[in-house]
Design a protein around this ligand. Sequence first.
Ligand SMILES: N[C@@H](CCC(=O)N[C@@H](CS)C(=O)NCC(=O)O)C(=O)O
Length: 244
Amino acid sequence: MIELHYWPTPNGKKVSILLEEAGIPYQVVYCNIGMGDQFDEAFLGISPNNRMPAIVDTEPADGGAPLSVFESGACMMYLADKAGAFAGSNPREYWDVCQWLMWQMANQGPKMGERGHFARLKDREGDQSYALTRFMDETHRLYGVMNNRLYDRRYLAGDHYSIADMACYPWAAYYEQAGIDLDEFKYCKRWFEELSERPALQRGMAVGEEQSQDYSQLSEEDIARLKAMLYNQRARPAPEGGLL
Ligand SMILES: N[C@@H](CCC(=O)N[C@@H](CS)C(=O)NCC(=O)O)C(=O)O
């Protein structure tokens, strides 16, 4: 059984899509990042970067103790390996999948994430115009990278649907919020529309949709504290007595 430590965001949905596509049994453990669950010691033991998603395989292939993996891309590589699917069937295909998965992890996710972050701050905290322009331009550029890649390929890694597509889809789905006109990127649009029809992908995208961030019962102070926790994170001190 796979425990999926999860909140319904694009990074979380990459992994729920794959679990649905591969038909791997899993149990969702909600990690409410708006309430600070990502800082629980038990969760930090699984995901030391205080970010979800993460997985725990309670029955790893070596028969040993439960095995945990953090970072959505690493979770996807682990699960694709476990399923024996969605990562190509020869070394060339495998490395195409890896490149596009790494592209997603290093570019599409972080840049679109920062765009969203500065857009949310826009009306509240000073002049965000440079940051907004920077990350909106990057977002536009990155849709262009996908569009060019998909010009003569059905999927990002070639003619086979892979974890690279599953990683990019939930972020690509944010095109309206990101101010992107998908008609400008017609090969990307073709890919997006084809994937949107897949029942397993739809199930993966829907996981946890009923969860919500309800701040209505909280005081102004608590809301300010939670926002600071999300937006002003600095290093947590390491324990004393370690290797020097
Ligand atoms: N590179 C990480 C990014 C994960 C990430 O940014 N997760 C966000 C939600 S989408 C999170 O857990 N945020 C909690 C926080 O900011 O404290 C991955 O792909 O797994």
